[in-house]
Design a protein around this ligand. Sequence first.
Ligand code: WTA
Length: 639
Amino acid sequence: MSRFFARSFEDYKSLYQESTNTPETFWGEFAKESFSWIKPWDSVLEHDLKKPQVSWFAGAQLNITENCIDRHLEKDGNKTAIIFEPNAVDEKAKYITYAELSVAVNKTANLLKSLGVKKGDRICLYMPMVPELAYAVLACARIGAIHSVVFAGFSAKSLADRINDAACKLVLTADGGYRGSKITPLKAITDDALTQCPTIEHVVVLKRTNQKVSMLEGRDIWWHDLYDQQSGNCPVEVMDAEDPLFILYTSGSTGQPKGMVHTCAGYMVYTNFSFRNVFQYQPNDVYWCTADIGWITGHSYIVYGPLSAGATTVMFEGVPSYPDMGRFWQVVEKHKVNILYTAPTAIRALAKCDLSLVTQHDLSSLKTLGTVGEPINKEAWEWYDQNIGKSQCPIVDTWWQTETGGILISPLSGITETIPTFATLPLPGVQPCLMDDNGNEIDEQNAEGKLCIKFPWPSMARTIYGNHKRFKETYYSAFPGLYFTGDGAKRDQNGNYRITGRVDDVVIVSGHNLGTAEIENIIDEHEAVTEAAVVGYPHDIKGNSIYAFVTLSDAHQTKDAKALEQNIKQLVSNTLGPISKPEIIQFCSGLPKTRSGKIMRRILRKVAANELDAFGDISTLLNPECVQEIVDNRKNEMR
Ligand code: WTA
């Protein structure tokens, strides 16, 4: 067993020490013993966080798919790599071995090549959670094409924006995607998006739901027509350590989403390291991460981390509520899942249901439980612990971000003492710190501040696609020389971290990052609207929900408010997708502004959260009189 995998808290402490004392030796030795390289590196790490410029394993050559697939074939060719659990309970699960995965990925890679895809081309994947999505991700990586997976719940406009930002050449999609009792018409949405996407040459369409779709001659091709004729052997493209592996978009505090760029070697090294340490994966474990591959959690901990570790990873097409709220527990029992990794929003929703939905299933296979995506409240943590883990399974509350590529702060299962609502301690190689508002590091252990990371780690994002300036401004300017996470955190006397939430204009709804500016921009487009301010407020199940304060133009003041409200909600839902739809819209005659004209969202956040007695000083506002009216007309959500 490798010395890089902690088996005790003592191991953890000594690995941590080593990783901060001699980071280059630490990562160099780990990388050397754990992966196959085509050519070794010249230097482990070069960095200047002020620029920021970081390279890990410079000079090395590799292909991540050789590490996720080929090297397992000799010993583990017949081991199940992916268990595919379909949306419908009566459709058979698929058990895909590493040998079968290899053939499928090679054929998909050859399919891409047959359409002229080359190293460095950007390929958009807008697909349901079916095995072909995993094949396509790995096929891109095999030939050096850069994948940009767009979550299949996003609207045509969001898809078009993402395709255009990266100038993608190809879209891979499906006729439709199953999600519970609904079907998302993915091909029709893609068609809609493509009216605005000049760089797309072809659309490859997978048959999944068998619904009628229109195929544009010359542009659109059926997946199976191409796939069936491909060879199952596609040599890997030789990739440099710092060649881009993928782009993944995340919401920012301006309307434009940010295309985070991750590179080959560092990402591979750290997702493997963190997967094995945090979950304490053992060779025969069945591991299930319930995320969608459209998010970073799916990239790092459904596909790359588990497969590079030779694990068996479950891919679930459906939703927790279909055919009923017991589906997760039915799947755990069916596949004898040992490690379950899910989101607080799912746990909160499931905890509201009748407990018989849980108790009718045998969950005795479970050893480790995980959560990710937002702070988990104590009540949900305890419900998860008692009813799912039967107080026998450590809960790993994993804190990380699209930008960090992998888990940075988390207990190691069974090793680190857990504390409800705390992500606890940094992984080896990760050096967090808390900063005060004056830009100074807070030295006391017991403290609260803005969470930053002091030193590079291998899977950190290298840039925002096409916009290094924005990358620097967003993450490396607030505290020069440090990576600023955008999160606030508390630290206890033992160095355990508790994430308190975003300190910027991003709201996390059901685990999805939503940029408030993006939603405001859409509401502002409505003909009746003068201005909108969008904030998050605490919500029992979703963690946060969206509250929009809207001012109307004079001509619309007297019109039917209810209808207008529905109309605006629909506009947001149609444009950005249903997850972005405001829960509450309040019309007001003015929004509180600073003298420089900035909307004081701080006050609106308090109103939305019903904290009406703690506005602080509002005398500096340009228009303090509007605050009372906003408070008087505050709305509660309809339950
Ligand atoms: C939040 C998801 C508290 C945080 C992997 C972060 C969390 C944002 C946790 C990133 C956690 C994620 N506890 N908050 N365990 N995990 N967050 O990019 O605010 O979708 O900045 O990456 O989610 O969300 P993203």
